[in-house]
Design a protein around this ligand. Structure first.
Ligand SMILES: C[S@@+](CC[C@H](N)C(=O)[O-])C[C@H]1O[C@@H](n2cnc3c(N)ncnc32)[C@H](O)[C@@H]1O
Length: 268
């Protein structure tokens, strides 16, 4: 894999997972190479933009829920390019004074995040890789901003499906979980390919040369990421089923099986 694909620098010829996500969300922070790769993915999974919008809605509901539980510290790993209603902005609405650290391994995400998100003393942005969680947990800026003796909410939203089994994603989640004080929470979302297993391999191939490599997992492979957490109701469900604000279900989602799973769990 080339250094760019490992998050080592900017190359306009390499599709970038964060910019492809931005394109799926209807954003403008993407290049032709990203749009081309994203369009290839859409050929196999046309419902991706809807899933991604539901993921952002889950983020908002989860952060609000966590603020309501008294959480005042957020560690958002795999933060992505800034968009509307980022974690610290939602947190500020429900828990003024809450502190947030954004983590990503993509230099371009970091540049945007530093420019757009570090608009308050409550926010820090650091470059680190989830595959080496100790680097995040021991980072001096993280330690200065967040008090790990107090509850912290760790958000792993739409990132674990970029961590291959060879990097032991369940082990990574476990190491983070064990570093958190009782009363902390983890929120996780992860694409599930139950609905469309035949699309998994072609989509993985599109991401093979991108800045992060997608791993298609079915729900039984996603469930272990929640091990050791006391899942709050309704448990691990599809994004639109997690504590929806209104009873409306988009017609496109009425009959789908597992497409994008999520959950929030408490640490005892
Ligand atoms: C699909 S975006 C998700 C953004 C946001 N969390 C959300 O759910 O809307 C995934 C992000 O994870 C980042 N990422 C991928 N692999 C990573 C790793 N090993 N360490 C840190 N960040 C990573 C990518 O750069 C990208 O910004």
């Amino acid at each position: 894999m080339n250094p760019v694909a490992m998050g080592g620098g900017f190359d306009p010829n390499v599709p970038n997972a964060a910019r492809m996500y931005d394109y799926f969300l209807g954003g403008k922070d993407n290049l032709p190479v990203d749009r081309e790769a994203a369009e290839q993915v859409l050929r196999y999974v046309p419902g991706i933009p809807l899933g991604i919008r539901e993921n952002r809605e889950f983020l908002i509901r989860a952060v609000r829920f966590l603020a309501e539980q008294g959480i005042r510290q957020f560690l958002d790993i795999g933060a992505g390019l800034p968009t509307q209603r980022n974690v610290h902005q939602v947190a500020a609405e429900y828990a003024p004074g809450a502190r947030t650290v954004y983590v990503d391994n993509d230099p371009q995400v970091l540049a945007h995040a530093r420019a757009l998100l570090q608009d308050s003393p409550q926010v820090r942005v650091i470059q680190a890789d989830l595959r080496r969680p100790e680097e995040i947990l021991d980072d001096p800026e993280v330690r200065e901003h967040l008090d790990f003796d107090q509850p912290v909410a760790v958000l792993l939203l739409a990132i674990l499906h970029f961590i291959p089994d060879s990097d032991d994603p369940a082990g990574v989640v476990g190491r983070i979980r064990r570093s958190l004080a009782p009363g902390s929470y983890m929120a996780i979302s992860h694409v599930a390919v139950d609905e469309n297993p035949q699309a998994a391999r072609p989509v993985e191939r599109v991401y093979d040369n991108a800045s992060a490599q997608f791993v298609g997992r079915v729900s039984s492979e996603v469930a272990p990421f929640f091990d050791g957490l006391e899942l709050v109701e309704p448990g691990m469900v599809n994004l639109h089923e997690w504590r929806p604000d209104i009873a409306y279900v988009p017609p496109e989602l009425e009959k789908v099986k597992n497409y994008f799973l999520c959950g929030v769990g408490r640490i005892r």
